[in-house]
Write a protein that binds this ligand. Sequence first.
Ligand code: PMP
Length: 284
Amino acid sequence: MNISFFNNMYLPHSQVSISPDDRGFLFADGVYEVVRWYGGFFFDMEGHHARLRRSLHELKIKWDGEDLFPEIAEKLVRINDLGDKPALVYFQVTRGAAPRTHTFPSPPVPPTAYGFAKTFTPESAGRENGIKVMLKKEMRWARCDIKSVALLPNTMCFEEATAAGFGECIFIRDGYLTEGSHSNIFFVMDGTIYTHPESEAILSGITRKNAIRAASECGIPLEEKAIHVNDLPRITEAFITNTSAEITPVTAFNDMPAGNGRPGPVTLQLAGKFREIVNSYSRL
Ligand code: PMP
């Protein structure tokens, strides 16, 4: 039986019910996190916890369970008997249920907190052979740094990309590649790795942060600088990063090969170092 977390209770999933007046439902007024369990430990829970706090803070949602997120996440894994398996914990907090009006409820209502753990089979074909990505004009809002549940442009673009046989869709804002629908993106050009700087145009990915650490530990130069679409013919490698795909090579942008169209040596070296960093968490 799947046990979910719902407003300080651990309940069978089928017993979770959310009010139709919930602002998450009415306005996508909420935030979420996804953290990965490597069959015995979370990877960079501290990073995910800090990002959840930041997202809540940016939306001015005061959730009294905020400090307990790591504990709740681990309890979800254990209670669902996933302790020795690869799993993902999904967690969402909305501003709560209140009569529909644009202004925030005053006085505030208790936020709605919901989370679940599920087994997860890492997808290896993409990580080994790389994926093609579709380029799309940015159609999201101006605060992509907040991990908000308002993901309609992301889901629409990803749906279009997968239907056309691509593994991800990458947004272009004013000519610059920002990030994917659910990933960050890196490029290799003239021996240097490039990725979009932290800003309101991208989500500050936990995997991105650790890929930057991996580059530093490998002694590979890295600049947090956006790449323009006109520079794509000059890049020799590209890869995306996220919690489930870790470091996944990109082999083409639309129908244009990325470099020689095969996963490149810098990407593979970084993926190896990233794995070492992941494993270092098992000893903490
Ligand atoms: N950008 C977006 C828009 C995302 O949805 C995600 C996945 N949460 C990422 C980047 C990658 O973040 P992370 O490495 O923390 O999974």
